[in-house]
Design a protein around this ligand. Structure first.
Ligand SMILES: Nc1ncnc2c1ncn2[C@@H]1O[C@H](COP(=O)(O)OP(=O)(O)OP(=O)(O)O)[C@@H](O)[C@H]1O
Length: 304
């Protein structure tokens, strides 16, 4: 369980984290979303005892990280996969960590196998690792002490699609066994699939939080039919707002059952009907953080 209460971090005049409060529940994956520079890493660093807060508290099971004896056996942290000693091999890094934690070295081989680093790769120096291999090693290090809480900053960074799928399964399994996961990611689709709870931060302030179901409730439907024009007319007649989607079909501000009813009433054949997905989280994210998004420069100048 992670409890963050009225957390503020100032760097000089700059407020990086501004009165932030949220809770991460055991058995759930909490997705932490926000644009670049929103304050995600700073918040996670404070929770993991690496940066002092200016005010407010960040507690793990009711206590400050820095007061936990042998914290790596309670809290697994992956904040920067490139922060490992580049001159050591993956296996050496894990063995040293196991020694520091006072845990059995057999666990190192178990973890290497779990993150799919082969013995040959584990014997290579980390400076020669790809980003995805570093992430796998970082995840192995975070899980080494069999902690109850995981704090992961952009763990999917650099992983290939199979790696992302693997991580998703791993974290789901971990949470299902009662673990608490706080996970930041820029991959909104990933968060949409894996997170149970979502916290959105913009400019250091929380702009939304809740269960994924709450935040995406009423997100509407995506529908494809053999006659979208007739369907659009039928929906409009039923006072349901709908608009054509850029890649075909319609986005509808109503639940699938209402769309199906309107289509059935006019005999339009549906080829696909489902609750709106990832695009909806993206729309929510962009809307909630619109004040804090950077301007997107056009390519005009660059292409000249
Ligand atoms: N040590 C520091 N000194 C001064 N400013 C800092 C320091 N660390 C972070 N900041 C500032 O605090 C703000 C929040 O940074 P943070 O790294 O927490 O954002 P983030 O949400 O993790 O961003 P990203 O998605 O780009 O990783 C930024 O404006 C950043 O420049």
């Amino acid at each position: 369980m992670i409890t963050v209460q009225n957390l503020t971090k100032r760097y000089g005049d700059h407020v990086a984290v501004d009165d932030v409060s949220f809770t991460c529940r055991p058995g759930q994956v909490t997705g932490f979303l926000g644009p670049n520079g929103a304050g995600k890493s700073t918040t996670m660093r404070i929770i993991a005892g690496l940066t002092p807060a200016t005010s407010g508290v960040a507690h793990l099971y009711g206590v400050d990280y820095r007061t936990i004896p042998n914290p790596a056996t309670q809290v697994g942290v992956l904040l920067d996969a490139s922060a490992q000693h580049a001159g050591r091999t993956g296996a050496e890094i894990l063995r040293l960590a196991a020694m520091t934690m006072g845990i059995n070295r057999d666990r190192v081989d178990e973890m290497l196998e779990m993150v799919s680093l082969t013995p040959e790769e584990a014997g290579r120096r980390v400076r020669n690792y790809s980003l995805g291999m570093r992430q796998r090693l970082g995840i192995a290090a975070a899980l080494l002490g069999d902690p109850k809480v995981l704090i992961l900053d952009e763990p999917a960074n650099g992983l290939d699609p199979a790696g992302i799928h693997w991580m998703r399964t791993l974290l789901r399994d971990y949470a299902d066994r009662g673990g608490t996961v706080l996970l930041s990611s820029h991959l909104l689709h990933e968060i949409e699939i894996i997170a149970d709870d979502i916290v959105v931060i913009g400019n250091g302030r929380i702009v939304a939080q809740g269960t994924k179901a709450e935040l995406l409730a009423g997100a509407g439907s995506r529908v494809h039919s053999l006659d979208d024009e007739a369907l659009l007319r039928a929906l409009t007649a039923a006072q349901i707002i709908a608009r054509p989607h850029a890649s075909g079909g319609l986005d509808v501000d109503a639940e699938p059952v209402e769309v199906g009813r309107a289509a059935a009433a006019v005999g339009v054949v549906l080829t696909e009907l489902r609750p709106a997905d990832g695009a909806q989280l993206e729309a929510m994210f962009l809307q909630l953080t619109s004040d804090t998004q950077r301007e997107q420069p056009t390519l005009e100048g660059a292409l000249r």
